[in-house]
Design a protein around this ligand. Sequence first.
Ligand code: NAD
Ligand code: DAU
Length: 360
Amino acid sequence: MNEDRSTRRARRLLVTGGAGFIGSNFVLHWCEKHKSDRLIILDLLTYAGNRNNLASLEENENFRFVRGDICDRSLVDKLLAEEEINTVAHFAAESHVDRSILGPDAFIQTNVVGSFTLLESFRQYWLKKGRSTDFLFLHVSTDEVYGSLNPEDPPFSETTPYAPNSPYSASKAGSDHLARAYYHTYGLPTIITNCSNNYGPYHFPEKLIPLMSINILLGKPLPVYGDGQNIRDWLYVGDHCSALDVVIYKGKPGETYNIGGNNEVKNIDLVNKICAIADELAPNLPVRPARELITFVKDRPGHDRRYAINATKIKTELGWTPQETVEGGLRKTIQWYINNPDWWQPLLTPEYQEYYRQVY
Ligand code: NAD
Ligand code: DAU
């Protein structure tokens, strides 16, 4: 008998990319909030994946970690059947714009081919299970698919036309189109979420906020691209996880939901804020005030000027709003990086240094 997602209690989730930044925050959130649910993590553990993020769950019998590739169709088929999965939460991706500029191949493979592999495998399994209405494929995507805004433009809504500008955002756009097509063509229950810039614990050092926080702690230059006037809409990762929780339970198949923080900030203002908070929170900074480390460097090719999200739909239809302010979220995040050098120091590998040399 088919059951509805909103009434059913225990869910069986396949979380792809669950060892990455947002994926691991989501897994920790889910295990805390929905203790009786089963969670299978499928993660290739690329440079961005870190099993230590999930160390606290290793003894939990409802949790299973599988190292593998979302492009591996037979592995995905096997996991769906063996674990009787009814929900795919798809986070796995190559996620960094600068890396997509240096080498787009992996982005097409994982983000497009990998997403297609998951959708097709899930569709076949869903058909075998009599097209259960209890099934859901949650495709976690980005606001970058909408392109770049001018200062006077209204924020991105769910009906803004797609205009991706980087190989990363183009590959995510491709996967969004596939998720949409699987709903319209086959009726597979898919939902797409397009979210703005996240920040918080377990964020890999290559991204703006962890990079600036770590460089301050190390007394290294803080490289701001171009004129520093680009704008991003910052969302604390815990707020993203609570939004996805609501979408999984109450979201409507075939729909798209934009998720944002209502926090538009210019990069240079954000970096100054990080410096001021670090000056206050970190006792032994090598350079103080930290803002003396700010250095303007050459711009990112094709750098999108502004992102902003109109999150009215998820607020009015599903009742979600972000809870964290930028000030509060940044303080928590910077304190986390101060407290956890054992997490980030091992990530500054020779490979990472080589990547850093190429970009900066
Ligand atoms: P991340 O780079 O931190 O993590 C990606 C994870 O996917 C890693 O654990 C990695 O090992 C895994 N992975 C990569 N290729 C894989 C493959 N072929 N098979 C299995 N696992 C693989 O990324 P993130 O920042 O946590 O982003 C997660 C998702 O959210 C992505 O789809 C991204 O596009 C989207 N998103 C991110 C943000 C953001 O600000 N970080 C905002 C909006 C949307
Ligand atoms: O908008 C959502 C997207 O946010 C996600 O889809 C991506 O996965 C995620 O990486 C992020 O993309 P951005 O390119 O916006 O994030 P990043 O942290 O790389 O950069 C944020 C801004 O800071 C951007 O305008 C570029 C700038 N920047 C970044 C770095 C790493 C700098 O000025 N200096 C830097 O060293």
